[in-house]
Design a protein around this ligand. Structure first.
Ligand SMILES: Cc1ncc(COP(=O)(O)O)c(C=O)c1O
Length: 994
């Protein structure tokens, strides 16, 4: 018998790229004997932790999957009829397999480099088109983080656009609870008063009622109004009157609504709305226990420059062919910093892509048929209840039936839960039942029966059993006779008469073959991690292992409603509290909340915690945040949204915070300093030696220290921000903890705080006021308590697979790869900043400014030329203009690192040719980049370099060539001629002929 039992594979060996001999070669290049010696030299002693990570030991892939099955098994899968902005849906398998679960889509980065992102840009443009068509407004973005924050963004937009000195916004009392909570919290942070009013009888009547109920109207003018077309109570508001009233008073109007309902209802644009917001979740995106889901915002023309978030636009490339790109980037927080109007950076790109593809899959007729079916089920349900003497409150509803059941709501809901249906209990006297795409006639019958039986309805007699012991239905539910014949609760005057989704893309891919190929064709246009390393500094584009992704599609995680009762979500509770505890240990803080669903939201949550803390001590005068010039743009934008002023702290020539300037600023602003916001290691890619001193200075001045943890990949296992001076940090799980970037989201940005800030962590947006006083009391940040809960199993799996040793090894490997690249490129592109012993942290900034001055070749030229070599560019011009920031991560092996370095060295030789006068910069392959197959194979070739130089500058490219689908995109043209909808196909045909 074979006695040999090889040890099971260690996952860390699969996650970490360099191994044995490769590591030795890299160390050799750097002149160190061991990785530990390198790390000793690179990481200042002053920040090193003395305490090893206190995490469970690493487990194998099989063990972790078995464990996750166990955890998942503690969640109960029920039919979810709770609604409130979250509806079950069928994710078409063709989209799940070929987009949501396809690394070509989920490992892509935000499409800042448009030439290698045409596939996902097209997919996002489809999403925008869906939103524009259904809302009847001209410009939609792609996308926002959730519906609740979208409402908050709309409120802020209306306030900005009004330019009023003083004013207030009215919110419809029938907005979803989470929207009300989040919008109020954000408005309060910037000192904007909001009034919540019942708008069912009109605006004036609603405000009068508000006043007669003891409310007051704030000073200043009414600047905006948010109404919910399909309300939390299920009622459809005939918004025409309210909109007209608001318009007459000069206010802007936002209509929050439901994309599916809009296939049947008059669009917000036709109602006269300026803005529309909502969620695209029910377009094929699983419930995920509350997120991630793509929210949308659309505006009428004239407001596009105020629009938060990313906007895909159409431009032209260097040959005049149409090309997609992110438009109006000048609005983004990266550029506008504290003058930014929103802090949105990472959003929900992957989920927006799924929603857009859902519309491509079903087409307008398919979507309408789904909506009619949903509405027909709700109508059937209402009729059945009414038929048995149960009062149904609203006559006008889309998918949600509100039953009046005085004093019995909870009891009825438990009866339904026993029958397998989760319903919504808004209060003791009402029960709401929401139908969705997955609802079947049998569901309608079963849920009605469970309710009537519990009510003891005279017409719901005891259920007889059939021969085999099963019960039969006694509740007569009108048979489904096809949507057209169903009695609809929708009057004609509210019905939609305008067409939508007329673009061919929504009519072409009806067969699965066609849609599968469309998805493949689009992802083939893009460079994602499944093809090449993505050396983006500050972005940590590391491996997103397949095993880590496994659990997110399991029904026990994917089909749980965020408001499902706690006894059905024990698996999630266990996973989330374990993950929060592990992240607290890794960072050295007392507690973590995973509620923020992007890094920017974690920043906002952390800053609000600081603000609340000062306020709780009577120090509300502390309203100023010190931010180094090198900080990420979201830092300053988040501070502004939190109602805090920003003062910039200078950095020294070596990239470190200038201590003298910090001292001066602290002295100058003394009692007003709320906090300093620093990134560690800094965005300059170095471990600053004086970080403890920086923290001490700020603490001595009474301020708090916010450490942006987006660069935690350089610290895990080596140092803890909570130990070396931080009071609060956010982490980007979509960087350090392996959640894929998804082409610009989803993200998870947990906020981690020291003990004294724990009470100010984000509160649950829909929790009943906590009688015991326990639980965080901070401002709700996201629409659901656990934000992007559905993807937390990814980070949880990563931690379980790596264990404390694997995680620490990964950090060391990240430091090794960055230093290796920096060292090999030193003679070609010098690294701008180095820390102790001339070493960098986990990334390095390559300085091209001297080369640019001498040759005219810019960092952007190098970025574009890398595309011809098959690479995604490093981070361009951040944090220093004229540079490229490279972060290789631990997941890249030596061969890939060398492939990148060789490409960079070859590019340097090309720059030298420009310097030597062989080509002018304008006529060089650098400026001509990227080169498409079309340009290289064209009959005419008038360039001073060969076709071979253009396409195959290194021999290896002959075996593995990526062809950029477009040439360099003209940004200025796109912004001057703003087009943010799908272009007619003829545009492409014309370009082909031309
Ligand atoms: C240093 C730093 N802070 C904050 C953020 C914001 O994170 P997110 O994009 O998830 O909002 C980023 C993202 O790129 C970052 O690099």
């Amino acid at each position: 018998m074979n006695q040999h039992h090889p040890a099971p594979a260690v996952f860390a060996d699969r996650h970490v790229g360099p191994r044995g001999r490769e590591t030795a070669a890299m160390l050799d290049q750097l002149g160190y004997d061991t990785v530990d010696a390198l790390v000793e030299a690179a990481v200042p002693k002053s920040i090193r932790t003395q305490r090893p990570l206190d995490l469970p030991a690493a487990r194998t892939e099989a063990e972790v999957l078995a464990h996750l099955r166990d955890v998942a098994g503690k969640n109960q899968v029920k039919r979810q009829m709770i609604g409130q902005g979250f509806y079950d849906t069928h994710t078409p398998a063709v989209i799940r397999r070929n987009a949501l679960e396809s690394p070509g889509w989920y490992t892509a980065y935000t499409p800042y480099q448009p030439e290698i992102s045409q596939g996902r840009l097209e997919a996002l443009l489809n999403f925008q088109q869906v939103v524009e068509d259904l809302t009847g407004l001209e410009i939609a973005n792609a996308s926002l983080l959730d519906e609740a924050t979208a409402v908050a963004e709309a409120v802020a937009l209306m306030w900005r656009a009004s330019k009023a000195k003083a004013g207030y916004v009215v919110l419809d009392a029938d907005l979803f609870g989470q929207s009300l909570a989040v919008a109020r919290g954000r408005a309060e942070a910037i000192g904007l008063p909001v009034v919540v009013a019942n708008l069912s009888a009109g605006l004036a009547a609603g405000l009068a009622e508000h006043v007669s109920d003891g409310g007051t109207l704030p000073d200043g003018e009414l600047v905006g109004l948010v109404v919910q077309q399909v309300g939390a109570s299920g009622r459809i508001l005939d918004a025409r009157g309210v909109v007209a009233e608001a318009k007459a008073s000069g206010a802007l109007v936002t209509v929050a609504t439901d994309l599916l309902a809009l296939t049947l209802l008059t669009s917000p644009g036709e109602l006269g709305a300026d803005i529309s917001v909502g969620s695209a979740q029910r377009f094929g995106v699983p419930l995920f226990y509350g997120g991630p889901h793509a929210a949308y915002i659309a505006v009428r023309k004239g407001l596009e420059r105020q629009l938060p978030g990313r906007l895909v636009g159409v431009s032209v490339d260097a040959d005049g062919s149409p090309g997609y790109r992110l438009a109006l980037a000048t609005r983004e927080q990266h550029i506008r910093r504290e003058r930014a109007t929103s802090n949105i950076c990472t959003a929900q790109a992957l989920l927006a892509i799924v929603a857009g593809m859902y519309a491509v899959h079903h087409g307008p007729q398919g979507l309408k048929a789904i909506a009619e079916r949903v509405h027909a089920h709700a109508t059937t349900l209402a009729e059945a209840l009414r038929g048995h003497g149960v009062e149904v409150e609203h006559d006008l509803f889309f998918d949600t039936v509100r039953a009046v059941v005085p004093g019995k709501a909870a009891r009825l809901a438990s009866a339904a839960a026993e029958a397998g249906y989760n319903l919504h209990v808004p209060d003791t006297d009402h029960l709401q039942i929401a139908c969705d795409e997955t609802t079947t006639p049998a569901d309608v019958e079963a849920v009605t029966r469970s309710l009537l039986t519990a009510l003891g309805s005279a017409s719901a007699p005891a259920r007889p059993t059939t021969d085999d012991g099963r019960t039969t239905s006694d509740v007569r539910v009108p048979a489904e006779t096809g949507s057209a014949e169903r009695a609809s609760a929708l009057p004609a005057e509210l019905g939609r008469t305008t067409p939508y989704l007329q673009h061919p893309v929504f009519h072409t891919h009806r067969s699965e073959t066609s849609l599968m190929r469309y998805l493949r064709r689009l992802s083939d246009k893009d460079l994602a991690l499944d093809r090449t390393m993505i050396p983006l500094g500050s972005c940590t584009m590391k491996l997103n292992a397949a095993v880590e992704m496994e659990a997110i599609s399991w029904p026990e995680f994917a089909t749980i409603h965020p408001y499902a009762p706690a006894d059905q979500t024990e698996g999630y509770a266990e996973l989330i509290s374990a993950l929060e505890a592990q992240l607290a240990d890794i960072t050295g803080y007392a507690a973590v909340s995973v509620q923020p669903n992007a890094g920017s939201q974690g920043e906002f949550a952390g800053l609000l915690a600081i603000k609340e803390y000062h306020r709780s001590r009577g120090e509300e005068a502390r309203d100023l945040v010190l931010i180094p010039a090198s900080a990420h743009g979201t830092n300053a934008a988040s501070a502004a949204l939190a109602g805090l002023r920003v003062v910039v702290v200078k950095t020294a020539d070596d990239g470190e915070i200038l201590l003298d300037d910090l001292r001066a600023k602290l002295e100058q602003h003394a009692a007003q300093v709320a906090a300093i916001m620093i990134t560690y290691p800094s965005t300059h890619g170095v471990f600053e030696e004086h970080v403890r001193e920086v923290c001490d200075l700020v603490h001595d001045a009474g301020g708090q220290v916010y450490i942006d943890g987006a660069n935690l990949n350089a610290l895990v296992g080596l140092a803890r921000p909570g130990e070396f001076g931080g009071d609060v940090s956010h982490l980007n799980l979509h960087k350090t903890f392996c959640i894929p970037h998804g082409g610009g989201g989803p993200g998870v940005g947990p906020v981690a705080v020291a003990e004294h800030l724990v009470p100010f962590l984000p509160a649950n947006p829909v929790a009943a006021p906590d009688a015991s006083g326990d639980g965080p009391a901070g401002t709700p940040i996201s629409g659901t308590n656990h934000g992007s809960a559905g993807i937390l199993p990814i980070s949880y799996a990563y931690l379980a697979l790596m264990g404390p040793d694997g995680l620490t090894e990964a950090t060391k490997a990240a430091v090794l790869t960055a230093n290796y690249v920096s060292s090999r490129l030193a003679g070609h592109f010098p690294t701008l900043y180095t820390g102790p012993n001339g070493l960098v942290a986990h990334e390095c900034i390559l300085d091209l400014r001297d080369l640019t001055a001498r040759t005219g070749v810019t960092a952007a030229d190098v970025a574009k030329r890398l595309q011809d070599y098959g690479f995604h560019a490093p981070t361009l011009a951040f944090p220093v203009p004229g540079t490229l920031m490279v972060e290789p991560t631990e997941s890249e092996d030596l061969a890939e690192l060398d492939r990148f370095v060789d490409a960079m060295i070859a590019i340097r030789r090309e720059i030298d040719e420009v310097a030597a006068g062989r080509w002018t910069v304008e006529e060089s392959p650098l400026r001509g980049a990227p080169h498409t197959a079309a340009v290289v194979s064209a009959t005419g070739w008038d360039k001073p370099y060969s076709r071979e130089t253009a396409a195959y500058p290194l021999p290896g490219l002959r075996h593995d060539k990526y062809w950029p689908p477009v040439r360099r995109i003209d940004d200025a043209h796109g912004d001057r001629n703003l087009v943010c909808s799908c272009p007619p196909v003829e545009d492409f045909a014309a370009a082909d002929e031309g």
